[in-house]
Structure formats: structure tokens, C-alpha cells
Write a protein that binds this ligand. Sequence first.
Ligand code: NAD
Ligand code: IPM
Ligand code: MN
Length: 357
Amino acid sequence: MQRIAVLAGDGIGQETMPEGLRVMRAVAERFGLPLRFEEFDFANCRYYEQHGQMMPSDWKDQIGGHDAIFYGAVGWPATVPDHVSLWGSLLQFRREFDQYVNLRPARLMPGVRSPLAGRQPGDIDMWIVRENTEGEYSSVGGRMYPGTEREIVLQETVMSRVGVDRVLRFAFELAASRPRARLTSATKSNGIAITMPYWDERVEAMAAQYPGVGVDKFHIDILCAHFVQRPQHFDVVVASNLFGDILSDLGPACTGTIAIAPSANLNPTREWPSLFEPVHGSAPDIAGKGIANPIGQIWAGAMMLDFLGHRAAHDAVMAAIETVLADPAAPKTRDLGGSASCTQLGQAIAEAAKIGA
Ligand code: NAD
Ligand code: IPM
Ligand code: MN
């Protein structure tokens, strides 16, 4: 039996997670998968309001032995500051479970209109590999002379050789396995003149071990422009924690909606559970209305199935998502130009996944 810890989180996480689970259960039944979903009501802001912290002190014992974590979205800034809720939950998981790869596809799907003129499915099909445990997301720093004219805040970027090399290796391996075998590195070594030249240096060292992979690099500013103007160029894009965060909203936005994009926080050694979630957040502006698009959650579930060894079930979920997106008569949420509810779209995908698309 594979045990999956389920944390719905805040806002629309409460709406997308039931649809994610609906589809997971549909394929678990169809393929006879030995999956057990166990729901935990922490790592959300309601828990914080009751307990003054995001999670119980034994959270690592409670979910650290599971085979995977399926997360919704977290954050409710009306009651808990974002840095408190996120550093008390998601960012803890990434670090404590050493989920050093954040793998995020951006793919233009059939039936979805890109905001970029003239783009067809196939034109945008990239994997963003984001470093997920160090870099700009560091807790090294502080505030000096608080409340005075001399007040100073500083936060260091941390790059370790182990930390950089392991995510680069993952990205190069992924690129080497793809037909186009192209890897793009996001840098900013012209301005950020210590850590980013180091990043470039490690990319060059790794590239020497992968002669079959075509490598290029762009500074993050022009890279953002290229994402918009020639997204077809990109295959695997590897980036530091912050640059990867930005690119993994920009890439999916170029494919029509950020709401379909999934995020796999991987611990490739499998010493700890990996975590699967949508890229998007808790969307307080639409929470409670039942109009959220559940596809990011469902696609994240598909990546979880793949990571757990259930490739056929992953393929069935992806085929179901594509069939429903491509069918003009199928339900679509508002971000996709329709008027269906989160539940209606989730049900349609679950039905397609059950019967085989
Ligand atoms: P967001 O992704 O929550 O929302 C951005 C915009 O996209 C909003 O207009 C929202 O309505 C829309 N949107 C997002 N997901 C959607 C979906 N599934 N269907 C339809 N529309 C969708 O980003 P934000 O507003 O910057 O952040 C809101 C909260 O979420 C904050 O607390 C933030 O810290 C948190 N956050 C959490 C995660 C996470 O859990 N991984 C990721 C990003 C933001
Ligand atoms: C994401 C989110 C998080 C991040 C936030 C909510 C801390 O934007 O998963 O992309 O920056 O990693
Ligand atoms: Mn983000």
C-alpha cells in the first residue's frame, strides 16, 4: 500500500483538492492501484488561527513516512502574513524533506488559447527545473537597528556546490532524455556578480559531461522576453529558486492560464516524500465561489502517480485532461473562457479518466 498525505490548504485549495482526489480515486479504481489517501488538517491558515502556528510540532513524524504529499494551496493574507504561512508550511516541507527539484511543465494544450498570437499546441512544450531548497530563498540575514533611521535589512543568497550540482544534474539528465536535448540556463551574472557567475561555472562543468545536450544561457530579463516572443525555443530550462519561481508562472501564462500548471517538489533520492501541488496559490479573490480551475491540482496528481511508478494511470489522467480541454462541448471554467464550476470540470475529467479517453 502506498500512503499519500493529503493537505488541502487554504482558499481554492479546498475546492481543487476534492477534484484532484476524485480523479486520483477514479484511476486508482480503474488500474487497481494500491493507494491510500490520508487527510491532515494542518499546514493551512485556519490551523494557524487556532494554534498560533501552521503545523503541530510533530508534523514531520506525522507525514514524513508517507510515500507522497498531495497539497492544495496555502496562504490567507487577510489573517496570516504570507511569509509566516509559507515559511511555516510549504517552504518547510521543501527544505526538511530535501525536495531539491521543483519540476514544472509549461505546455500549450489542445483547445486552450495562448495569449501569444498564432501559437499552436506543440509550440510551447517545456520543463522548468527550479532549484528548490536554497538560493535566494534563504533564512540567512536579518534586520539591524530596527525602527531607526539606520535600519538595514539583508538576506543572503546561498548556493552550495552540492545544491547547485544536484539540480543541474537532474536538469541535464532530463534534457538528455528528450528528443530535442536542449537545456537553457537562467542567469544574471552581469549584475549579481558572485552567486550567478558561480551558477554559470557549474553549468559549464556539468555541460562538459553531457556533450549530447545543446546548452545555452540567458540573463533572466531577456529570458522573460524570449519566453513571450519565441517560446518554441525552450525545452528544459534550469533556474535558481527565485528565477525558477518567476519563469514557472510566466511559462504557464504563455500557455493560456496559470491554473492548469502543476508543480512536483521532488526528493529524487526518495529518502523523504515528494510533494505535488498546483503552481498557483490560494486565489483569495475567487475562493468560495466554486469557479476555480482544478486542472493544476489534477495534473499535479498525475505527476505524483508517475513518480509512484504508475505510468499508465498518469497517462490516463493526462489523456483525460487533454480530451476534456480539446472538446468544445465539455465544461470549462472561467479562466478557460467557459462558465462551468470547479466540480463540473473535475467530474468531466474523472469520467474521461475512468473509461479511457
Ligand atoms: P494566486 O495564484 O493565488 O492567484 C493569482 C491569480 O490567478 C488570481 O487572480 C486568481 O484568481 C487566479 N487563479 C489562480 N489559480 C486559479 C485557478 N485554479 N483557477 C482560476 N483562477 C486562478 O496568486 P496570488 O494572488 O499571488 O497569491 C494568493 C495567495 O496564495 C497568497 O497567500 C500567496 O502567498 C499564496 N500562494 C501560494 C502558493 C502555493 O501554495 N504553492 C503559490 C502561489 C501563491
Ligand atoms: C510557488 C509559490 C511559492 C514560492 C510561495 C507561495 C512561497 O509562489 O510555489 O511557486 O515562491 O515558491
Ligand atoms: Mn510561484
